[in-house]
Design a protein around this ligand. Structure first.
Ligand code: ADP
Length: 788
């Protein structure tokens, strides 16, 4: 078949190449030839010979058949060829189309792939989007949840902040308020929304604002928390002390947003501390009062034992008496220390220099120190290394106190050997530099302790003998302070186990002479007086009697108020000394009764254990003069002289007029007069009656409670302006209802320029607080009287 196909192709190709005519001719020739060959062959086979006819027939046949056959064939072929060519064209077109198709297919595939990729990507993106959406939803949900939680927490925090009694506030980086809690709103009197945007200057007074701004600056500059105490005012004037704690605060990304402040009200703590301080002050005052009181009998012991030492005693008695004397002196020194300690605390040590016979002073030191040393079986020597100035100006009591203290220590801390005091003076024209050296052979002081011994309450700790335990640790501190006040100094050198040397140097003015020696009992007043004495303490009686008798006077004694009133006969006495504190009544009561009972009295002199602050108080209470105990010989002599010279019963100074003039106004009247502004009240009542006054009193009572509360906080804060402000209101209020006394006290309290205002303000405030209710009662009962 394949051969056939090749043949056919060859046929077609030939026909195409030759063209149909030439091909037909060729084919006709070929066919004729074939017909001839077939004819010849067949004839030859059949007949064995070939005729021309056969050949002609064949040619002829050929010529007849060939054109048709050729034509037919050619047409067929041509058609075929046409078809073939069309087919071939088709095929090539098809081919082309196929390639195009392939191309397209390829492209399509590419596109599809791309599409798939895209789809995939899109799907992925979708997935991602879905996920993102989910995440977003989740996030939104979470955020909402967080917001909800945050809102809850914020609300919780807010209520927590608002219920906090501490003040809490925030300020931004510019120092402006950006939020606060309720407590802060109350403190500033502003709502949070009003406060926001304000600066401390808009909220606090200038002083507080300056402090606030300054501490804010510190916190922000150093980026550190800061705590300090600050008194702040409430809008109603109440003060509270806050412990303010400021800390910088930051956003999540570390940006500083400003500061947060927390303030804890520590007023109560302050008040407590104040009360504690006051208690401690009271305690010190109590101790010094007690020591002061104890000194009175002690002076008696010292004086009388000294007198006894001069009398006839056997050796044993003399020894005992010396012990009594030295012990009393030592005890006196300890009391001095205690009293000084109180003054030392308040920086109140004072000197009262007076001319002193220095030679006698040194001799006295020699005797007393000798006694002290002897007491312990120690030697004592006093060496005068140079000439000494005969008279100097110095506070001899204080100098004596210092030297006694040093000698006392020297003997206390020495077990064997002795004490040497040397005195030398470098005398200039108007002054002298005096040096006392007190040297002992005692236990000594370790080098590192040398400076410490001058500190208050300090006692050297080590020491096998435990000698240090005896004492108060006050003496040297006070001594140093005193000598420094005298412009001098105390120094010490010491070697452990070998002894110590204390050196005192003072620079003192020289004086020409010394006036009459202060306490010489020999000094007799010009006239012998008959004295009546009311004193309940036996020892005081003995000391005063021996003193007065040694001055040449006679003394009768009563030991309680009742006896005094019974016993006293004004014609028998030139002078009466009345103790104030008695077991049954006060000396003032006695004076009053005596004045009521007798027309003419000798001068009545009060004896008081208290310091004489204001003699007026004594004069007001019927006394002509007052002396403080322990009795100073000088003061007593002066008073005796003053009254012995004056004509008895006539020249009585300072007796209050009203007591002499008439006995009409009762004590109550005087009290009312003293407490109430009667003039104002009477004229007021005349116009409007008593009713409005009662109403005013009610209002006054109410306001006073508030004022006092606020005043108390100001007192604790020691805020002068606040105190002045409140007491000023009190003054006005008291004045408006005629409480004269309260008004007067408040007037003092509101006047900070008065001398020693700070020293007195506590007393004034206490007086107002303690007495206003009582005064109101007096006012009410007076008003009732008026109504009748
Ligand atoms: P006090 O003697 O009452 O304890 P002082 O202030 O007088 O108080 O003395 C303080 C301390 O100094 C004493 O407790 C003691 O330890 C030490 N001291 C003072 N004088 C001497 C001395 N002469 N020898 C050794 N120690 C001394």
């Amino acid at each position: 078949m394949k051969q056939l196909k090749i043949l056919a192709q060859f046929y077609v190709d030939l026909m195409v190449r030759l063209g149909i005519v030439r091909f037909s001719l060729l084919l006709a020739i070929a066919l004729v030839a074939l017909a001839v060959i077939v004819q010849v062959g067949v004839t030859l086979v059949l007949s064995g010979e070939v005729n021309d006819l056969d050949i002609i027939r064949s040619v002829f046949f050929g010529l007849l058949i060939t054109p048709w056959a050729v034509f037919f064939l050619s047409v067929v072929v041509e058609h075929l060829e046409d078809s073939r060519q069309r087919l071939s064209k088709l095929v090539s077109k098809l081919e082309e189309m196929r390639t195009r198709d392939l191309d397209l297919n390829k492209k399509l595939k590419g596109n599809v792939k791309k599409l798939n990729q895209e789809i995939e990507e899109r799907e992925k993106a979708e997935e991602a989007r879905q996920e993102a959406m989910e995440d977003l939803e989740n996030e939104v949900f979470q955020r909402e949840k967080a917001q909800l939680e945050l809102a809850e927490q914020t609300a919780l925090l807010r209520s927590y902040l608002d219920t906090s009694p501490d003040i809490i506030y925030y300020r931004n980086d510019l120092g402006l308020f950006s939020g606060c809690n309720k407590a802060m709103e109350q403190l500033t009197g502003k709502l949070e929304k009003e406060l926001i945007g304000l600066s401390p200057k808009d909220v606090y007074d200038a002083e507080v604002a300056a402090k606030v701004i300054d501490t804010d600056r510190q916190v922000l500059q150093e980026n550190q928390a800061l705590t300090y105490e600050q008194w702040l005012d409430y809008p109603d004037g109440r003060k509270a002390c806050f412990e303010l704690n400021k800390i910088p605060f930051y956003s999540k990304d570390g940006r500083r947003l400003g500061l947060v402040g927390f303030g804890r009200n520590i007023t109560e703590r302050k008040e407590y501390e104040d009360a504690l301080q006051k208690a401690s002050r009271d305690k010190t005052t109590f101790i010094s009062t007690i020591s002061h009181e104890l000194r009175t009998p002690l002076n008696g012991i010292v004086g009388l034992s000294r007198m006894l030492l001069d009398s006839r005693l056997d050796d044993e008695q003399h020894n005992y008496m010396r012990t009594i004397n030295v012990s009393a002196i030592t005890l006196g020194n300890i009391f001095n220390d205690i009293i000084d300690m109180d003054k030392f605390d308040r920086r109140k040590l004072e000197l009262f220099p007076k001319p002193l016979d220095f030679i006698s002073f040194v001799t006295e030191m020699e005797n007393i120190s000798g006694l002290m040393a002897e007491q312990k079986g120690l030697r004592f020597d006093l060496e005068r290394l140079t000439d000494l100035p005969p008279h100097i100006s110095v506070d001899s009591t204080r100098l004596r106190q210092v030297l006694w203290n040093l000698v006392g220590n020297a003997t206390k801390f020495t077990k064997e050997g002795g004490v040497v005091m040397s005195v030398s003076a470098d005398i200039h024209q108007d002054s002298a530099e005096i040096t006392f050296e007190i040297e002992d052979t005692g236990i000594g002081i370790p080098e590192e302790e040398l400076e410490n011994v001058f500190a208050m309450y300090y006692q050297v700790k080590q020491g096998k003998d435990n000698l240090h335990a005896v004492g108060t640790g006050i003496g040297l501190a006070v001594s140093k302070e005193l000598i420094n006040l005298m412009g001098g100094d105390i120094t010490v050198t010491s070697e452990v186990d070998f002894g110590s040397t204390f050196i005192v140097t003072i620079n003192v003015p020289l004086v020409d002479h010394v006036e009459e020696e202060e306490a010489m009992p020999e000094t007799k007043s010009s006239k012998s007086l008959r004295i009546f004495m009311l004193e309940d303490i036996e020892l005081n009686v003995t000391v005063a009697c021996s003193l007065l008798e040694s001055l040449g006077h006679t003394v009768d004694v009563a030991m309680c108020g009742e006896d005094a009133i019974k016993q006293f006969d004004p014609t028998k006495y030139d002078l009466a000394l009345l103790d104030i504190q008695l077991p049954d009544m006060t000396g003032f009561d006695v004076a009053k009764i005596l004045r009521d009972k007798f027309d003419n009295l000798p001068p009545l002199i009060a004896l008081t254990a208290n310091l004489l602050k204001e003699k007026d108080e004594y004069f007001k209470n019927g006394m002509d003069e007052a002396l403080s105990k322990p009795l100073s010989v000088k003061a007593l002599t002066e008073v005796l002289e003053q009254f012995s010279m004056s004509e008895k019963k006539t020249d009585i100074p300072s007796v209050p007029q009203e007591q002499e003039v008439s006995s009409e106004p009762t004590e109550n009247d005087q009290l009312i007069e003293c407490l109430l502004d009667l003039e104002m009240l009477e004229s007021y009542i005349e116009i409007v009656g008593t009713k409005p006054i009662y109403a005013n009193i009610e209002m006054f009572e109410k306001s006073m409670k508030e004022y006092i509360q606020i005043l108390d906080t100001n007192m604790t804060a020691r805020d002068q302006d606040g105190i002045v402000f409140e007491t000023h209101k009190m003054k006005g209020a008291a004045g408006s209802i005629g409480l004269k006394h309260i008004q007067q006290v408040a007037q003092k309290a509101q006047s900070p320029d008065l001398p020693a205002w700070w020293e007195n303000i506590d007393d004034w405030v206490e007086e107002i607080k303690n007495e206003y209710e009582h005064d109101i009662q007096i006012l009410k009962s007076w008003l009732e009287q008026q109504d009748k």
